[in-house]
Design a protein around this ligand. Structure first.
Ligand code: HXC
Length: 283
């Protein structure tokens, strides 16, 4: 049941089979910001394995090139587009390039995010703004630029069917999280954007807009930065449901939402965290 690729052996992870049919995203074209590394790369890979052509946007050429090579070696149609979601012209270039290359755009995944731990005393207003710029404004910018391709009747699609937007969020802002005032605010805005666009673009353009809020995922850049080893031990004591997830868990949620199985889901942010955020110490 479990096959091992070289990449996963390096990470010490299993490669798990998908419970979905391999062609459920066949013919679809996806653009993923932050899709070349971390959780984003696993979403990219699983979209590809389920039949989609994928374009990944990121700031680092080397990361993009390596990711595209790894995808293509698995028979996935993939391109990399260098760009920063903070620049409107980069966002426009990414959606245009995707459509020039693959003929249409069906799915936009906003996965690009900035992150670091900082207390409010130490976080300058510019540091706060930087994360808002990447996560919140970046997400909005990508959505805004992608609209013309995602809406019903857009290039390559019929007059009744729109595409999908998937915003990668977090659970930090459901309560309050230490040293994450900037990310919490940024992701709260992302969730709000998800709902507003689900209403307005769902109504006008048949575009579904959903989110995924991952819990702590093993071996990701986010976790390495945010939860050093000693913090994980403490978390386990304070939160009985603390258990690490795998990139695969998030990618399967994305595949579900992107497929026709999710066709009635709109404006929802799906929490995929093993129940962690609501867990309380026993007393
Ligand atoms: C305090 C910091 C800081 C830090 C940057 N700043 N890092 N302040 N502590 N560690 C402040 C700077 O002082 C500066 O403010 C402002 O932020 C801009 O910094 P730059 O270095 O110029 O920004 P930039 O080069 O654009 O870098 C963006 C970045 C960086 C977000 C700061 O960390 C980055 O790009 N990271 C890679 C992306 C990433 O981390 N991905 C993982 C996502 S995981 P001043 O006032 O000095 O000018 C994730 C998990 C979600 O999202 C949560 C799950 C639980």
């Amino acid at each position: 049941e479990h096959k091992h690729t070289e990449r996963e052996r390096e990470r010490g992870e299993r490669e798990m089979d998908s419970p979905f049919k391999v062609d459920i995203l066949k013919g679809k074209v996806a653009l993923l910001t932050g899709g070349g590394s971390g959780i984003g790369f696993e979403i990219t890979t699983q979209f590809g394995k389920h039949g989609a052509a994928v374009a990944i946007m990121g700031r680092r050429r080397q990361v993009l090139d390596a990711a595209v090579l790894a995808l293509q070696s698995q028979g996935i149609r993939a391109i990399g587009i260098e760009g920063d979601v903070r620049k409107r012209e980069d966002a426009a270039k990414a959606v245009d390039t995707t459509v020039q290359h693959f003929g249409r755009l069906d799915i936009l995944v906003n996965g690009a995010a900035g992150n670091f731990l900082a207390s409010p005393e130490d976080l300058s207003p510019n540091g706060f703004r930087t994360v808002i710029d990447i996560d919140s404004v970046g997400t909005y910018t990508m959505c805004h630029e992608a609209l013309k391709y995602l809406k019903k009747g857009g290039p390559g699609r019929d007059s009744s069917t729109g595409g999908l937007i998937l915003n990668i969020s977090a659970t930090l802002h459901y309560t309050a999280s230490w040293y994450q005032i900037h990310v919490s605010a940024a992701k709260a805005a992302v969730d709000s954007i998800t709902k507003s666009l689900a209403l307005e673009w769902g109504t006008d353009y048949d575009i579904r807009v959903n989110g995924i809020a991952p819990g702590p995922i093993e071996g990701t850049p986010g976790l390495r930065k945010l939860a050093p080893e000693e913090m994980k031990v403490k978390l386990r004591e304070a939160m009985p449901l603390f258990k690490m997830g795998e990139r695969w868990d998030i990618a399967m949620a994305a595949v579900y939402l992107a497929s026709d199985a999710g066709k009635y889901v709109n404006g929802a942010t799906m929490v995929v965290d093993g129940g962690l955020w609501l867990s309380q110490p026993r007393h």
